[in-house]
Design a protein. Structure first.
Length: 347
């Protein structure tokens, strides 16, 4: 993939620790160790270092950055059910980007999940505004830290058209996807269990593809091998992961996504991948406050629960994600925060 702008062995060592931490398989799914091995073999440096250094190089005050998230879960019951893995990561990363660069994050999610995502974003400290208003905030004479949340179509033709319009109008510096279902070569999106989930999912693949056409930086974050960006390790997923080459649905083409991103971050939980990226921005800017703390994490997960996002493993609308309660995620954030704080002292 991409090489570093500058190489420093101390920085590489710290980011190696970030990589290892976010890929620690506490949920015990048994998949992420393979995903990380596959992705790491493709590049010469830690995954979080490559992605965070690229953002640190290109972002400046007033820039727009696109972040897509949201995984409709149990949609056959109702498409209003979605996972707590993804939205908290998007909110915390948006917060970090805003604090580090005074850039304006635009969050994309399914139309019926916009209101719930707004609650989560507000809990991260960002005022959700329409795009035209949010764009004005970085240069306003008193502080107002904002983001915008927009729906993205689930229908192919509308998604292709909308992707072109959004990239053309806003010219984002990067497009980041967090726990977002990726289409295989037959344009089918699957759950990690090999079940077709295409009809309910916003077709963010087309937004990423339009960004690539315009030479805009793309970053994919995932934990199961079926997310946008995993096209970077598509052949390995097909060969080694359950349902990688052959799914349960009639397409029989497997869960491995086709869309590649410039940078791929694997994690045991996709939220943690976003946290690893945010931690990297904090470290590169030598500012611990760019990364959120356990209190913010607790607030974000509580608000995700209040917004009726569910834990994708146990199905409860309780604070937590991927089968781990809020206290575990809070502790994880605290450990990651301590890691980067110690790292700053070493540089």
């Amino acid at each position: 993939m991409n090489s570093l702008i500058k190489v420093d062995k101390r920085i590489i060592d710290i980011f190696d620790r970030i990589d290892r931490l976010i890929n620690l398989d506490i949920p015990g799914r048994g998949v992420v160790k393979f995903l990380y091995q596959f992705a790491r073999k493709k590049v010469d440096y830690p995954l979080t270092l490559l992605a965070s250094q690229k953002l640190n190089h290109i972002l400046k005050k007033g820039d727009i950055i696109f972040i897509a998230t949201g995984w409709p879960d149990r949609p056959e019951i109702t498409p209003d059910i979605a996972e707590t893995d993804g939205p908290p990561g998007a909110a915390s990363l948006a917060r970090a980007i805003n604090r580090a660069y005074h850039a304006v994050p635009f969050i994309f999610i399914e139309e019926n999940l916009v209101q719930a995502m707004t609650m989560v974003m507000n809990s991260a400290g960002l005022k959700v505004l329409p795009p035209a208003q949010a764009i004005k905030t970085p240069t306003y004479h008193t502080p107002i830290n904002s983001a915008s949340i927009l729906s993205f179509p689930i229908e192919k033709d509308r998604a292709i058209k909308r992707a072109y319009e959004l990239i053309d109008q806003y010219q984002p510096k990067a497009v980041i996807t967090i726990e977002k279902g990726g289409m295989n070569e037959k344009e089918v999106i699957h759950t990690s269990r090999g079940v077709n989930s295409t009809i309910y999912m916003a077709k963010i693949d087309y937004l990423v593809q339009e960004a690539i056409k315009n030479k805009i930086t793309t970053i994919g974050i995932g934990d199961g091998g079926n997310e946008i960006g995993m096209g970077c390790i598509r052949e390995e997923i097909k060969k080694h992961l359950p349902f990688g080459d052959k799914c349960k649905c009639p397409c029989q083409a497997g869960i491995a996504p086709a869309t590649k991103t410039d940078f791929l971050i694997t994690a045991a939980i996709s939220n943690w991948g976003a946290y690893g990226l945010a931690a990297g921005l904090s470290l590169l800017n030598n500012d611990i406050d760019i990364f959120h703390n356990r209190e913010v994490e607790k607030r974000i997960l509580q608000k995700a629960s209040d917004a009726c996002f569910i834990d994708g493993i146990n199905g409860y609308t309780e604070p937590g994600a991927d089968g781990l309660p809020s206290r575990v995620h809070e502790s994880f954030v605290e450990v990651l925060q301590e890691l980067i704080a110690k790292g700053m002292k070493q540089l």
